[in-house]
Design a protein. Structure first.
Length: 489
């Protein structure tokens, strides 16, 4: 639908589309010493009214244009009379509706089939805050916020390179949400970039309210509980991923960035790994890998060993466990483990939902109280509580919440076969897990890279995996065009 030359018809169509909205503002204002007038419309909840009054209404109402032709008037508005920075000309009525709902001001002129879109956005925002989820001892403390332009500025502040490109699209037939695709054009993997853009263009939803909506689309190709895209609230982590040749996606109204592709090793990397001496950070990073194994396999391994006929544990230890199990209500260790796992899951979920000052206290005090009360009541043995505590602490050591969620489900998938098949079930479930991980890909990149297919890049990607080399030796992008060339060879 296009605009008409009759300003009254354009006004009627606009107000008919918007309807009865209390925050919709429209005004007819006459030019100085003339009967000609212009019409402006905006939403006061989204636009900067002070800017509109000072640089649009005041500027135009004092202008004398009675001797100019209509086309000259329009050009004069764009080039001289409007002192605001962003002015766009259009005749597309649908675009006008979209822009006015985005906080822009629309200006109509009589006897003109085009309109001006004036940049006057002023969204409510909480500003730049400290990291809440991925907090660390070292490194920057600022985090993304809900305004996409603020977030892109945080990235450009860190990467002052002319090759840093930002493409923008709108998704959601009703929400018309701005989505930014950020990458370094000279090092990005072109095939991966094209796949990401095609995937985004194929998205057809009524609403895109958060970056998590896109993550589900990217992870839908292969059915797995493991995430193949990485969420982060840290601008420095996002900038580091872009410098590696990966692609970052920002969604307006979301304080998180989505990084693609993502492999297993990227979920164990924290921003503070590069702010401390590499010997210390290598120890901590290897500790995270060990914690992931503990959080996933410890309950199942414990149950498999307890139910095994072979004596893998010291006799005194086995006798102690058997003596304690005589005094509990449940004779099955599987029931003990499942009940305590669910109790710890509930405490963890309650700690997240409660306000911050209370949430941490509930997690610690609740765990102690529930564990001690369960042991004293004869519901579970103390060794089961210890196993659950170690498993929970190990899961908290991993710096990515999405990956931790996958491990929370995975430990049940290992625990159940171990309960019925003993050590054979435990070993079988671990082998199935490793086979599944080997089959996963993230936009053509093996999920276990560089542990799998490391020769594609001459094993150079091992420099930042379980251990990392010193900073001055880490000069090569990981997911760059070099990767695709050697992959084809």
């Amino acid at each position: 639908m296009s605009l008409e030359k009759d300003i009254e018809n354009n006004i009627l169509n606009l107000e008919k589309k918007i309807g009865d909205c209390v925050d919709f503002v429209s005004r007819k204002i006459f030019f100085a010493h003339t009967e000609k007038y212009f019409y402006i419309a905006y939403f006061e909840s989204l636009a900067n009214e002070e800017l509109i009054d000072r640089q649009v209404i005041e500027s135009l109402s004092r202008s004398k244009i009675d001797k100019r032709k209509n086309l000259d008037i329009f050009l004069e508005l764009k080039s001289r009379l409007l002192v605001t920075s962003g002015v766009q000309q259009t005749e597309n009525f649908e675009l006008i509706l979209t822009m006015i709902l985005s906080g822009e001001t629309i200006l109509f002129l009589d006897n003109c089939d085009q309109a001006l879109i004036i940049s006057t956005r002023k969204f409510p925002t909480r500003g730049i805050q400290n990291c809440q989820i991925e907090s660390g001892v070292y490194g920057s403390k600022d985090a993304f916020c809900e305004v996409m332009r603020f977030n892109t500025a945080l990235i450009r502040r860190r990467i002052r390179d002319i090759n840093l490109k930002i493409k923008q699209v709108r998704l959601g037939t009703r929400t018309q949400t701005d989505v930014a695709i950020i990458f370094l054009s000279d090092i990005v993997h072109i095939e991966i970039l094209n796949k990401i853009e095609n995937k985004i263009n194929d998205i057809n939803l009524d609403s895109i309210l958060d970056v998590g909506y896109l993550q589900e689309f990217f992870d839908s190709e292969q059915k797995s509980i493991f995430p193949r895209s990485q969420l982060t609230e840290r601008p420095d982590k996002t900038a580091s991923a872009i410098l590696e040749g990966r692609v970052a996606i920002l969604v307006d109204n979301s304080p998180f960035a989505l990084i693609l592709p993502a492999t297993l090793s990227t979920f164990f990397q924290a921003s503070e790994d590069y702010s401390e001496r590499f010997w210390i950070m290598n120890f901590l990073r290897s500790l995270r890998y060990f914690a992931a194994v503990i959080a996933t396999c410890l309950p199942g391994f414990f149950l498999a060993v307890i139910n095994s006929r072979e004596n893998f544990l010291p006799i005194k230890f086995l006798l102690k466990i058997e003596q304690e199990r005589r005094n509990v209500a449940f004779r099955s260790s599987f029931v003990e483990l499942i009940s305590m796992l669910i109790a710890f899951e509930l405490l963890s979920e309650a700690g997240v939902r409660l306000p911050n000052p209370i949430g941490g206290t509930i997690g610690i005090v609740g765990g102690i109280i529930v564990g001690q009360a369960a042991a004293e009541a004869g519901l579970v043995t103390p060794i089961v509580i210890i196993i659950m505590a170690i498993t929970s602490i190990a899961s908290f050591s991993i710096p990515n919440a999405n990956f931790v969620s996958a491990l929370r489900i995975l430990k049940y998938l290992i625990l159940i076969p171990a309960a019925f098949l003993g050590l054979s079930g435990f070993v079988l479930s671990v082998l199935i897990l490793l086979t599944h991980l080997c089959s996963l890909e993230s936009f053509g990149i093996p999920y276990l890279h560089p542990f799998v297919s490391g020769e594609i890049n001459n094993f150079n990607d091992f420099e930042d995996s379980i251990f990392r080399v010193q900073i001055f030796n880490m000069k090569k992008p990981i997911f760059s065009n070099n990767f695709s060339k050697k992959n084809k060879n």
